[in-house]
Design a protein. Structure first.
Length: 117
């Protein structure tokens, strides 16, 4: 699953917004949502990790030993995303696949392999 503008769905606490301030010729601005480029942004985003999925930046991989367990875990992850107000990008999501191509690798039930493509 791919979150739509994942970082920008994470609100910066009002007390911390001044730490994101920057100046332009048009004035002083502070981010209300987490911008890309902050040194702790990836770690902050990835702390939203569950024991049934892996998160890397704005990508989430739900894994499980059986299809029934996969459906249960997927439902839990989707509920958690919904509760947090996070939105998926459906055009970039795959569900129920046994093999996944990601970051130049093929991932399946047998492990991680180089993607021949």
């Amino acid at each position: 699953m791919d979150l739509r503008s994942g970082y920008w769905q994470i609100e910066v606490d009002e007390a911390d917004r001044e730490k994101t301030a920057f100046i332009t010729p048009d004035g002083l601005y502070e981010f209300k949502v987490m911008p890309f480029g902050l040194c702790n942004a990836p770690a902050t985003f990835e702390r939203m990790i569950w024991s049934m999925c892996l998160c890397y930046l704005d990508d989430i991989i739900v894994f499980s030993p059986t299809f029934d367990e996969h459906v249960r875990r997927l439902e839990l992850v989707l509920r958690c995303l919904s509760k947090a107000g996070l939105v998926l990008n459906p055009d970039k999501c795959l569900f129920g696949t046994k093999r996944l191509s990601i970051f130049g690798h093929l991932v399946d039930g047998e492990g991680v392999h180089p993607d021949p493509g």
